[in-house]
Design a protein around this ligand. Structure first.
Ligand code: GDP
Length: 368
């Protein structure tokens, strides 16, 4: 059995973690969390870390003992410099909590790239974990809606680079903008997106730790994640009716199945495809044909099959990318945003000149 650590940093990281914990309770009823056991196969430890106590209080499926509050007024207000300083001041406390729960075989750290707490804690925490332990540490990074403003874009550009340089064994990207563009309103977008990430993470954990007909395991996942430019995404499709397995595989690889905008056939470097379902639906010839088509374009493709009696086909694809044109687009937008923030700062300097003009009359009285 694998020992898995999942940490959610900041509001977005906390909520995605909560969605994973919810998924692990099964979707039976809203009371499930009071009487059900979580259906993790592996030994999974979850920790939510935040500077904002209200974000932690909002969690519904993450136990109180799994929440770490790092006091700092009301959060760090999207300021990554403050966030980094707060992490440094509290890092012993945080790493002790991890130490108490270990040892682990693999860890996932979830964050948004654009806020203050998660985006500044994550690179430093990953670096700390990599220096202390041998297990692989993967980062799951949620990119912002592009219209959320210059600070968020600026934070994204710097945090993604820092996470990449933190020693992480790979970054799995999920993009709010891309997932919103696929449909759905923004109000329910967070819940929908978090649910999509959660069901993929549950499937991934299952595939690393189950007795399969044809096995993939943590080692295969590590090899896939070590490929390409250190960036990956996950595709998924669950058939809700009797559907040929080849269609299910194609749907998992299509944009509507992915968490991040990429053309797998053009940009992927290595992939892992796991197919789950009843034997009746799993035509080995069809599966082999689809995998061959993919590996002809991609390079190495690992495949795994999990037999589940009575279930329609479900497919999970983990794919690392050799190139990511959407990341290039994002950095171009972010550079403009950084420029705008710099100009704004200069303008504030000018305003200080105005303050100086006002202060010239300090100590003087009006005479009439
Ligand atoms: P932090 O608490 O300071 O780390 O900041 P947040 O995690 O709130 O970061 C803000 C970014 O996270 C914005 O781009 C939001 O769109 C995104 N975000 C916040 N909450 C959620 C959520 O529940 N789901 C998703 N997918 N994105 C979120």
């Amino acid at each position: 059995m694998l020992n898995v650590l999942i940490i959610g940093n900041g509001q977005c990281g906390n909520r995605v973690l909560d969605a994973i914990n919810k998924e692990a309770f099964g979707k039976k009823s809203k009371f499930a969390k009071f009487y059900s056991k979580q259906k993790y196969k592996s030994n999974v430890e979850t920790i939510a870390i935040n500077t904002a106590i209200n974000d932690l209080k909002e969690l519904e499926f993450t136990k109180a003992k799994d929440r770490i509050h790092i006091p700092h007024l009301h959060g760090v207000g999207a300021n990554r410099n403050v966030g980094k300083q707060v992490f440094e001041e509290n890092k012993e406390h945080i790493t002790r909590k991890v130490e108490d729960r270990g040892p682990f075989d693999v860890a996932f750290v979830i964050t948004s790239s654009s806020g203050g707490t998660g985006s500044s804690f994550t690179p430093l925490l990953v670096k700390e974990l990599k220096e202390r332990y041998d297990f692989p540490v993967y980062s799951l990074v949620v990119l912002p809606f592009r219209e959320e403003g210059t600070l968020y874009l600026q934070n994204t550009a710097f945090s993604l680079k820092e996470i990449r340089e933190s020693g992480t064994d790979g970054i799995i990207l999920a993009d709010n903008q891309f997932l919103k563009d696929l449909g759905g309103n923004v109000q329910s977008a967070y819940d929908g997106i978090n649910g999509m990430i959660a069901e993929r993470m549950m499937f991934l954990l299952d595939s690393m730790d189950s007795e399969m007909m044809m096995v993939t395991d943590l080692g295969d996942f590590q090899t896939v994640m070590a490929g390409g430019a250190g960036l990956a995404t996950i595709g998924y499709y669950r058939a809700d009716k009797d559907l040929p397995v080849k269609t299910a595989i194609q749907n998992a690889l299509a944009p509507s199945g992915l968490l991040f905008s990429t053309n797998i056939y053009e940009e992927a470097s290595r992939a892992m495809v796991i197919i789950k379902g009843d034997n009746e639906y799993l035509s080995i010839d069809d599966i082999s044909n689809e995998i061959e088509k993919l590996s002809a374009n991609v390079g190495h493709v690992f495949k795994g099959i999990i037999v589940r009696k009575g279930e329609y086909p479900q497919v999970l694809v983990v794919s690392t990318m050799e190139s990511a044109s959407e990341i290039e687009n994002l950095y171009n937008v972010a550079i403009d945003a950084i420029g705008q923030e710099r100009e704004k700062k200069n303008r504030i300097e000018n305003e200080k000149e105005v303050d100086k003009a006002f202060s010239k009359i300090d100590g003087l009285e009006p005479h009439y």
